[in-house]
Design a protein around this ligand. Structure first.
Ligand code: NAP
Length: 281
């Protein structure tokens, strides 16, 4: 039997084991996916153990996504560019680091949301790790213009500075409501933690909808609660919308495909994830 798992600290709350195991079982692959609770001091040794033939690799989550890239043998070019990894693949004893958040986000938009950002103006709210993945993904997919709005403008400026093509701009979050008019953005993505359960701002939406047309596609990376304040406003305003569980599943599907070389059964994974996380529905 092969082993694979998720390195994090803490990690017991992660639902990756549930939907990854569902995929292995569905395809009849003899593998077990586990929670691997690892503190930063131990991460180097634990990664090096993955070279043994029993391991397919692992996922990497908070707080190890940046540090872990130092301990693999080679980095996928996209992971090198973005500077963090969430997946390690054991290729016959050589460890390769990937970042599947970028493609996971774009695949969730395109495959679950039926929305393609190519040639479209986009607003990204937030400037942390999730926003960086979103901006990279949207730029690669060919968004025509990307505005990053963040409470701390310096963080948004620092992401924008990594793009030289003049398509990424920044704005202070508090100014965004007054700037938005109905024709501005085709897609608005919340990558801030505003509205996240347990984050101290559960009731907050990053944006008011007063001036927003109902055609803009609204995406919230947060997946608990299932309907965030931002998505509730979208629903009220009749905008098309999508929550972050689809991204979580799609970044996992990308990892699964890298480990196994097989197409991930995304519907099976999504159903397992939904059942695990929204069992109170
Ligand atoms: P992060 O690096 O800590 O960034 C947090 C962002 O939220 C920053 O831009 C921060 O602004 C902003 N923020 C926090 N509190 C705020 C407040 N009270 N008012 C205004 N802005 C505030 O976190 P992250 O890793 O990017 O994650 C962000 C969110 O995305 C989290 O809710 C996370 O669960 C979600 N996420 C989902 C997935 C998925 O697969 N669906 C993947 C990754 C992350 P400042 O810069 O001003 O502090």
């Amino acid at each position: 039997m092969k082993s694979v798992g998720i390195f994090g600290f803490p990690v017991s709350h992660s639902i990756s084991p549930v939907f990854q195991q569902a995929a292995f079982d569905y395809l009849g692959i003899d593998a077990q996916y586990k929670h691997w609770c690892v503190q930063s001091e131990a991460i180097q040794n634990r990664i090096s153990e993955l070279r043994a033939s029993e391991f397919l690799g692992c996922n990497v989550t908070i707080p190890h996504k940046v540090l872990a890239k130092e301990f693999v043998d080679t980095l996928d070019p996209l992971a090198r560019k973005i500077g963090s990894i969430n997946t390690i693949v054991n290729r016959d004893g050589t460890l390769v680091g990937y970042n599947t958040d970028i493609n996971g986000f774009i695949r969730s938009l395109v495959e679950y949301g039926n929305y393609d950002p190519t040639d479209k103006p986009v607003l990204v709210i937030g400037a942390g790790g999730a926003a960086r993945a979103a901006v990279y993904g949207l730029a690669r997919r060919g968004a025509s213009r990307i505005v990053i709005a963040n409470r701390t403008i310096e963080k948004a400026d620092s992401i924008a500075a990594e793009f030289h093509k003049g398509i990424v701009f920044t704005e202070k979050l508090e100014r965004v409501n007054s700037l938005i008019d109905s024709s501005d953005f085709s897609l608005i993505v919340n990558c801030s933690s505003l509205g996240m359960k347990g984050g101290g701002s559960e009731l907050d939406s990053p944006l008011e909808f007063e001036n927003l047309n109902s055609k803009a596609f609204i995406y919230d990376m947060i997946y608990t609660p299932e309907v965030t304040p931002f998505l509730a406003l979208a629903r009220k305003n009749k905008n098309p919308y999508l929550g972050g569980l689809s991204m979580l599943v799609m970044q996992g599907a990308e990892s699964f495909e890298l480990w196994t070389g097989q197409r991930a059964p995304v519907d099976v994974m999504f159903a397992a994830a939904e059942k695990a996380i929204y069992s109170d529905r």
